[in-house]
Design a protein around this ligand. Structure first.
Ligand code: G
Ligand code: G
Ligand code: MN
Ligand code: NA
Length: 255
């Protein structure tokens, strides 16, 4: 298709960008950010991931695009560090697709980026979707342990929406669960979603995992989540995903 041909070019022509959205604590101090892909198409304008990631997956382009995103995120960490904009514990989360994680060279690709760019691995958090754990593979566990030994952190994205069993939670070196936006949407509307959110928060605490709620759009949602003991938040209420210049200014202002 035409869009597929355009996507082939997008990397070389520097049309891909990362946007950044803050993650905050209960006092709204910045804990870190999530890097989010955007495609600045020369004719069609800004294209969101939903519209090109499936295409990238079908055509094998997700591997180079994912690598570009990781490397760009690492360079951005370096740049913010050089500018003195990062707090001690600031972490940048990067989404990793299943195909990217499954790639036989993924561990080497990460260690290569870390070495070349020279950032502290603890600054990087990899967001894996639950579907990575749908099949219980020893390969997954081994990869994660290697990456963990470098110092990277792991978050499970869209937690609670996949079809995986919970047994992986005790077997794998995880750091964080990310409560899916769909539960937050229904907070206070659907009693079952509310119960599930409370359960995920309690389970995280009992397992010694961090937890973050995403897709926060209202103060009412924050109020409920604080009552449930949720320690970390992400959503339009606090910050839209921002292009890097705007995110730089935001980090400056919070300094
Ligand atoms: O930013 P937005 O809400 O449009 O992102 C939509 C989806 O695209 C999310 O599920 C997100 O995980 C995914 N996504 C965004 N950036 C990246 C990326 O750099 N790599 C991968 N694999 N997925 C991404
Ligand atoms: O699946 P993943 O969590 O990686 O997707 C994050 C997506 O959620 C991004 O595309 C981002 O633009 C979007 N997003 C972030 N905050 C909000 C929010 O408060 N509301 C909605 N509807 N989407 C959000
Ligand atoms: Mn994510
Ligand atoms: Na998510």
């Amino acid at each position: 298709t035409a869009l597929e041909a355009d996507l082939q070019q997008a990397l070389q022509q520097r049309q891909l960008q990362l946007y950044y959205q803050t993650q905050v604590d209960s006092e709204r101090r910045i804990l870190g950010a999530e890097a989010l892909l955007r495609w600045q198409h020369p004719v069609k304008g800004l294209i969101l991931p939903e519209q090109f990631i499936p295409l990238a997956e079908e055509t094998g382009l997700m591997i180079p695009i994912g690598l570009w995103a990781l490397e760009t995120a690492a360079r951005q960490i370096k740049d913010w560090e050089n500018k003195g904009l990062l707090g001690r514990s600031f972490q940048l989360s990067v989404n990793i697709s299943v195909s990217q994680f499954r790639h036989s060279h993924f561990v080497e690709q990460i260690s290569d980026i870390l070495a070349r760019i020279g950032i502290e691995p603890r600054r990087l958090k990899l967001e894996l979707s639950e579907s990575v754990f749908a099949q219980n593979s020893s390969d997954t566990a081994e990869k994660m342990r290697k990456l963990k030994s470098f110092g990277l952190a792991f978050s499970i994205d869209d937690f609670g929406t996949g079809y995986s069993s919970l047994s992986y939670l005790k077997q794998l070196p995880l750091d964080q669960l990310k409560i899916d936006r769909s539960f937050i949407n229904d907070l206070g509307v659907d009693e079952n979603s509310t119960a599930l959110i409370q359960t995920i928060i309690g389970m995280s605490r009992n397992l010694g995992l961090q937890v973050i709620a995403e897709g926060i759009e209202s103060e009412t949602q924050v109020k409920h989540l604080l009552e449930f003991g949720c320690p970390a938040f992400q959503g339009y209420l606090f910050c839209r995903p921002l292009p890097v210049n705007d995110f730089d200014s935001l980090l400056h202002d919070h300094h």
